[in-house]
Design a protein around this ligand. Structure first.
Ligand SMILES: [Zn+2]
Length: 59
């Protein structure tokens, strides 16, 4: 397998953003913080509630 010509310029690029900098959402019931992807806070919270706070979800 022949690799294309390497480009040192693209490899030297440094990103100011931390690799795994995910937004955090905090559970109001147990105060546990969970990382989630952007825009998925409600989905992560809902899944956590269904697992750890099934009684609170039931209405
Ligand atoms: Zn919780």
């Amino acid at each position: 397998m022949v690799m294309p010509t390497p480009r040192p310029s693209t490899r030297r690029r440094s990103f100011p953003v931390t690799v795994t900098q995910l937004p955090m959402v905090r559970c109001a019931e147990c105060g546990r913080t969970m990382a989630h992807r952007a825009g998925e806070a409600s989905a992560v919270l809902t899944a956590h509630y269904q697992q750890s706070h099934a009684e609170a979800v039931r209405s």
